[in-house]
Design a binder for this molecule. Structure first.
Ligand code: UN1
Length: 494
């Protein structure tokens, strides 16, 4: 099957006619399809279309755009199973999870439907009589959206829906590892009533399509989710043209388990957090910080369960963990296992590829646990993006918090304890954008701010009401109805 770009309301090939082939990571012999390998000229056309479509789209009453988002949510609901299967085939995670991923898109669309009738500004007292001060939020213009493959429906929806609802038009470049889901999303947005030119889809590589978006003068805001390395590059490029930019980057998320915790609950949490999505979430649990008193007992429980995780093609409902996304990612995970061993950490389970039966055709890797990891080891500091968990032993809650904060990242965090005082004090001290108490590091809901501190981003928050700050400008309006010149700061004395 050959798929197309969508520019100015028309489906078409890249101008160069070049394509790339996307394959199933669970079975590299299976082709998902051929997609346009676009270039700068395609991006230019998309930007032009988006610019032309802007005045009409932004002039619509917001509740009208809200209705379209409601319709989009309804269509995602109707096609939930189809989309989940598309996702599993193209990026590997198990069906149970891809259904959740689509649901996150649905929730985001319905949230937008409500937000369309709420989009509050402020009215603020003036220092002068007979003067009204208020604010409005307005679209920025053309938004460039660059998305990853690990949440092929949810993350594009996190960006597309608020960008469009706010009245922006869009140039959307999805990951080359998730082109099919993105194509379906754009088809459904169109079916929901988004007019031609308002959303433009350009498939291709970051180094060409991505770069062209970053340097295009008509793009006013860029929203990106991906690695720190690429994030730095994007911030630099956007600095040159003073584009607004929102970056959602990596994580090295820790789960603390104190000795008074419900250990069974903490065990379920870490298994889900570390091995869900094969560890390929920015929110994945990659460090487990255990209080000394329960270290041995908990580790034994964890290894027993990790060894039983059912690995295989995510389309098989019995499976709990699918493949890694690519050969490159598999090589990276293997490399980190060698690094961990050479640093002196103890490989407690896994650490090798999984090639049972049909799995030999894909990029499968066993759930891997390193014990006796010290916070200064690379496997405790660098984002691996795979099913590799580093277990750190600490004496008490103070050392646990020092360990969890000893990271250049700060996205998600978790603490398991039955002591409410300890939990709430830890919450104050943990340096992360998201903290879960008695829950794993994954599981963010679409109606709350999502993002992190330190190298995880540049201070923006997606999700909830805060994502609308990314896609809007504030206009401050003063209305003087006194009928005379009133000088602020000067005519204020009685
Ligand atoms: C990501 O890892 O890039 O909280 C997003 C979660 C999901 C979103 C993760 N709802 O794990």
């Amino acid at each position: 099957m050959v798929y197309k770009n969508y520019i100015s309301g028309r489906w078409g090939s890249a101008l160069s006619e070049e394509t790339f082939v996307k394959r199933n990571p669970a079975n590299k012999e299976e082709r998902i399809g051929e997609f346009p390998l676009s270039g700068t000229r395609d991006v230019n056309l998309a930007c032009q279309a988006a610019k032309e479509a802007l005045p009409k789209w932004r002039a619509l009453p917001m509740p009208t755009r809200g209705e379209i988002m409601k319709q989009f949510g309804d269509l995602l609901t109707e096609h939930k199973e189809e989309l989940a299967r598309i996702e599993t085939r193209e990026m590997g995670k198990v069906l149970n999870e891809t259904r959740g991923d689509v649901q996150e898109g649905i929730d985001t669309a319905y949230y937008a439907f409500g937000e369309a009738r709420r989009f509050f500004g402020h009215t603020v007292p003036s220092e002068l009589p007979d003067k009204l001060c208020l604010t409005f939020r307005r679209p920025i213009g053309v938004a460039g959206l660059i998305t990853p493959w690990n949440f092929p429906v949810a993350i594009p929806c996190w960006k597309l829906v608020p960008a469009l609802l706010s009245g922006n038009t869009v140039v959307f470049k999805p990951s080359r590892e998730a082109p099919h889901s993105s194509t379906r999303i754009v088809e459904l947005l169109t079916e929901a009533g988004v007019p031609g030119g308002v959303v433009n889809l350009v498939h291709g590589a970051g180094t060409t399509v991505g770069e062209a978006i970053l340097s295009h003068p008509d793009i006013g805001v860029v929203s990106f989710t991906g690695s720190v390395e690429t994030g730095r590059r994007i911030a630099e490029a956007c600095g040159k043209t003073l584009k607004r930019v929102s970056l959602e980057l990596g994580g090295k998320n820790g789960q603390i388990v104190l000795s008074d915790a419900n250990l069974d609950l903490a065990l379920e949490g870490v298994l889900w957090g570390a091995f869900g999505t094969t560890g390929q979430r920015c929110t994945a649990t990659s460090r487990l910080i255990l209080e000394e008193k329960i270290y041995d007992e908990f580790l034994t429980m964890l290894i027993a369960r990790a060894e039983k995780v059912k690995i295989g093609n995510g389309l098989n409902e019995d499976m709990e963990m699918g493949p890694l996304i690519s050969e490159k990612q598999l090589e990276k995970v293997k490399k980190y296992v060698e690094i961990g061993k050479s640093e002196g950490a103890k490989l407690a389970c896994g650490g090798e590829v999984y090639t049972e039966g049909e799995c030999a055709k894909g990029y499968f890797f066993k759930p891997t646990i390193f014990a006796e990891v010290k916070p200064d080891m690379r496997i405790a500091r660098e984002e691996i993006f795979g099913p590799v968990l580093s277990v750190i032993r600490v004496r008490d809650v103070d050392e646990a918090i020092r360990a969890i904060n000893d990271s250049s990242y700060g996205l998600s965090s978790s603490i398991y304890t039955r002591d409410i005082n300890k939990a709430l004090k830890a919450r104050q001290r943990i340096e992360a954008g998201i903290t879960y108490i008695n829950g794993p590091t994954i599981g963010a809901e679409c109606n709350l701010p999502f993002g992190g501190v330190k190298n995880t981003g540049n201070g923006h928050r997606e999700g909830g009401w805060t994502v609308y700050e990314i896609f809007t400008e504030i206009q401050t309006v003063y209305i003087d109805y006194s009928g005379k010149l009133q000088k602020a700061q000067i005519d204020t004395e009685q």
